[in-house]
Design a protein around this ligand. Structure first.
Ligand code: R2B
Ligand code: URA
Length: 312
């Protein structure tokens, strides 16, 4: 049977997000969003999150907290909930992930890699469902390695592929492989590209994103604990990727886009390149550079959000 045509999965209605599993979910007396420390009994999710329209994911909790402070400044919102002098972390009951909310923008951390992303993604889809959020858009705002691009360039993902160049996210379900196509929402992609400005001190480009399940060998690095290939093998591989249109390398885009598409939610990915992988493997924690660069894809997405909210 074709899963896509099950009555369960008629897609999202009136802009609301209907989980493909909503029939079974509604049999639950309480749904525990366990890794977010939220649930449908103690938390009035509709009251807390009902006005959310943009969900922005990124790897690190601290970066997503800073993003949320930037959202407050840029959208001129000062009535959001605080915890002392910091924006409130709604997932503070656990230290797995973080959630901050400023007006219609939710900032969520997803950790490293698709497995970590997948857990929080499931729970956030259920959260926006229970909250009855309308017309939500999802973004991943991240970091990556670039291929032949000046470090600090923003790459908007046009197509995501796995470590074997397949354009789908593969998951074993009941012991059998299931493939979900990673499809970018074209209108979001084009809108993000239009958000680059001539005065920007960085370029914004679109391209294929190579999504690996590993940071070291999976990304052809020579500086991991394991490495059975030589510099020339690495260079040959990375050049091949580049010839196939790969602009950047990271660890979540494929799962993110596949899950957005499968959930029927518009999704796009914008990442800043921290280094050129044709030149180097090693990243240092140069904080001032990181601080300056990590806001670049944040600003690109924020410009899109401001346009949608008619804020100039
Ligand atoms: C980019 O940066 C992280 C690895 O350092 C990973 O989450 C990613 O996709
Ligand atoms: N994130 C990655 O996954 N790879 C890089 O090279 C940089 C950031």
């Amino acid at each position: 049977r074709n899963m896509e045509s099950e009555p369960d999965s008629t897609g999202n209605r009136n802009g609301l997000v209907i989980p493909k599993n909503h029939r079974k979910l509604h049999l639950l007396k309480v749904d525990h969003l366990y890794h977010l420390a939220l649930d449908t009994e103690k938390d009035d999710l509709e009251k807390m999150f009902g006005d959310v329209r943009f969900v922005c994911f990124g790897g690190q909790p601290s970066r997503m907290e800073k993003f949320s402070a930037l959202v407050a400044r840029e959208l001129n919102i000062d009535d959001h909930e605080m915890d002392g002098d910091r924006p409130k972390n709604y997932a503070a009951g656990t230290d797995r992930y973080s959630i901050h909310k400023v007006g219609p923008v939710l900032s969520v951390s997803h950790g490293i890699g698709i497995p970590s992303l997948s857990v929080v993604f499931n729970e956030i889809i259920k959260l926006v469902h229970y909250a009855k959020c309308k017309d939500v858009e999802f973004f991943r705002i991240g970091t990556c390695g670039g291929l032949g691009l000046e470090p600090g360039t923003v790459v908007v993902t046009e197509k995501a592929v796995d470590g074997e160049m397949n354009p789908y996210y593969k998951l074993a379900v009941l012991g059998k492989p299931v493939q979900r196509l990673a499809k970018v929402d074209q209108t979001l992609l084009e809108s993000l590209l239009r958000c680059s400005e001539p005065d920007d001190d960085f370029k914004t480009v679109k391209g294929t994103t190579f999504c690996s399940d590993d940071f070291y060998e999976g990304q052809a690095r020579l500086d991991g604990a394991f490495c059975e290939y030589e510099e020339e093998d690495k260079m040959k591989f990375l050049q091949e990727l580049r010839n196939k249109g790969v602009c950047n390398i990271e660890m979540e885009s494929l799962g993110f886009l596949a899950m957005c598409h499968y959930a029927g939610v518009k999704g796009a990915v914008a990442c800043v390149t921290l280094l050129d992988r044709l030149q180097q493997d090693t990243l240092s924690c140069d904080v001032s550079m990181l601080k300056r660069w990590q806001v670049r894809p944040q600003n690109v997405v924020l410009r899109h959000i401001k346009k949608k909210l008619h804020i100039t």
